[in-house]
Design a protein around this ligand. Structure first.
Ligand SMILES: [Zn+2]
Length: 201
C-alpha cells in the first residue's frame, strides 16, 4: 500500500468523494485539496448544505419526487395542468424534463424499471398507486417518458396495460434525430426509430 500523505480525516474525505459518480481516486484527491484550500467559502458551506439536506430531504408520498417537503413542490404547484401526468423512471429524469420547460404537468416517479433479468418486478417500483392516482386526480393524458432501453420499453408496456380501461390517453416520447444532429452520425437504432416515427409536414 502506498504511503499516506495525509491524516486519516483527509484520507476519509478523499475516499468518500471518490464514491461520487464521475469521480475516481485522482479527481477525488484534487477535489479534496480544492475543498481544503477553500475551506471558508466552500468546505464550510458545503458541509452545512449537506447536513441540512440530510435532515430535511423527504420522498413525496404522492409522486415519488425528492424534496424537502411532502407533498413536494411540484405536487403543490397549482399552476400545473392537473390532467397531464408524466411517468418517469428516476428523479433525475424528472429534473431533466423540468429543465426542458416543454410540458406543464405532474409526475409519477417509478424508481427504476422492470427488469426480469435483475429480479426487479412491479412490487419493487412505485406502480401500485398509479391507477388510483390517475382516477383520483382526473388525469386525461399519461405521458410514459421512460428510457429507450429494453427495460424501459418493458416498463412502458406494463404501465400501458395497468392503465387500460381507465379511459386515459397514453402517449410516449418520440425517439429520433436529435435537434442539430446529422444523420450520418446516428446509430442504426436511432435512425430506424426516427424513420418509423416520421410525421407529416
Ligand atoms: Zn410530489
Amino acid at each position: 500500500m502506498a504511503e499516506r500523505v495525509a491524516g486519516p480525516e483527509i484520507e476519509r474525505l478523499i475516499q468518500l468523494l471518490a464514491r461520487l459518480p464521475g469521480l475516481g481516486p485522482r479527481s477525488a484527491r484534487r477535489a479534496a485539496l480544492h475543498l481544503i484550500r477553500k475551506r471558508e467559502e466552500l468546505l464550510g458551506p458545503l458541509a452545512e448544505a449537506m447536513q441540512t439536506a440530510r435532515d430535511k430531504i423527504a420522498t413525496c408520498g404522492n409522486c415519488g419526487n425528492i424534496d424537502t417537503a411532502d407533498p413536494c413542490a411540484v405536487c403543490r404547484d397549482g399552476r400545473r395542468d392537473p390532467t397531464t401526468l408524466i411517468v418517469v423512471e428516476t428523479v433525475a429524469d424528472l429534473w431533466a424534463l423540468e429543465r426542458s420547460n416543454a410540458v406543464s404537468g405532474r409526475y409519477h416517479v417509478l424508481g427504476g424499471t422492470l427488469s426480469p433479468l435483475d429480479g426487479v418486478g412491479p412490487r419493487d417500483l412505485n406502480l401500485d398507486s398509479l391507477p388510483a392516482r390517475v382516477a383520483r386526480e382526473g388525469v386525461r393524458e399519461v405521458i410514459v417518458a421512460v428510457n429507450a432501453t429494453v427495460d424501459g420499453q418493458t416498463t412502458a408496456h406494463y404501465v400501458t396495460d395497468l392503465l387500460s380501461g381507465l379511459g386515459v390517453k397514453i402517449t410516449r416520447l418520440a425517439h429520433g434525430v436529435p435537434v442539430g444532429g446529422e444523420l450520418d452520425y446516428l446509430d442504426e437504432g436511432t435512425l430506424a426509430a426516427a424513420l418509423r416515427q416520421r410525421t407529416a409536414f
